[in-house]
Design a protein around this ligand. Structure first.
Ligand code: PXP
Length: 250
């Protein structure tokens, strides 16, 4: 399998920090989870430093930048505070997500089209620092075109709705994701996808040829309770590779 066609897996470790923060103290350690994820074949680690620090905290980002061998994908809201933090750490990638304090997880995609003036200087500052900027958006042509105008080289398509739906409606959503991924290629955008993916949902998304990376967290951390983190990640990797047609297990 060429490096070009290999689908990368970014493992989101936020919910190890959620469990840690439920008690205070240091355990379980998100850094340990990140190291295990590397061993299990993760191509990158994703962590979302939310404004309210409900899971990942600033010291986690420091530790991840210090210890990780694979790239860190820093998920962040479009705020000056987060841009400054990103510029201090200079992670490999920064994924800009919409963020509301009252939400349980990221709901919906970023309005890249409607927030042009707000986002443009932030994308430029991150890019100028050598950080690969990605925008977490819905599979909507308007948003993809806005990402190009903003100068973001990468978009991550929100798969949350696809994961929540069943039957014909799920199929409709899958086609929307497929069309958006194809449009990414025409527009010169690198296409990632994520949110809500599980063993049951991952195959059809992993099979979309233009998708280059999946970011998966909640399901893997939940599954780790039962089977351990490494086996959970290895199984996800196997399903991704099988869907991609390579059939290789990591
Ligand atoms: N990608 C983005 C941009 C996200 O915000 C999240 C959730 O933090 C994920 C991927 C991973 O989603 P999940 O935890 O549901 O797998």
């Amino acid at each position: 399998m060429s490096a070009q066609s290999r689908l990368r897996l970014g493992v989101n470790i936020d919910h190890v920090a959620t469990v840690r923060n439920a008690r205070g103290g240091h355990l379980p350690d998100p850094l340990r989870a990140a190291r295990l994820a590397e061993v299990a074949g993760a191509d990158g680690i994703t962590a979302h430093l939310r404004e309210d620090r409900r899971h990942i905290v600033d010291d986690d980002i420091t530790g991840l930048m210090r210890d990780l061998k694979v790239p860190l994908n820093f998920e962040m809201a479009a705020t000056i505070e987060m841009v400054d933090i990103a510029l201090r750490h200079r992670p490999h990638a920064a994924c800009i997500v919409p963020e509301k304090r009252e939400e349980r997880t990221t709901e919906g995609g970023l309005d890249a089209a409607g927030q042009h003036n707000h986002l443009k200087p932030m994308v430029a500052r991150l890019r100028d620092a050598g950080i690969r900027v990605s925008l977490f958006i819905e599979a909507d042509p308007r948003q993809l075109e806005a990402a190009v105008v903003l100068g973001a080289p990468v978009v991550e398509l929100h798969t949350g709705r696809y994961c929540e739906l069943d039957g014909a409606a799920k199929q409709v959503e899958l086609v929307r994701l497929q069309k958006a991924a194809a449009l990414c290629a025409r527009l010169g955008l690198e296409c990632h996808a994520g949110h809500g993916l599980s063993y049951g949902d991952v195959g059809p998304v992993a099979a979309i040829p233009e998708v280059r990376e999946l970011n998966i967290g909640h399901f893997l951390i939940g599954e780790a309770i039962f089977v351990g983190l490494e086996p959970a990640i290895r199984e996800m990797r196997r399903l991704m590779d099988a869907a991609r047609g390579s059939g290789t297990a990591a």
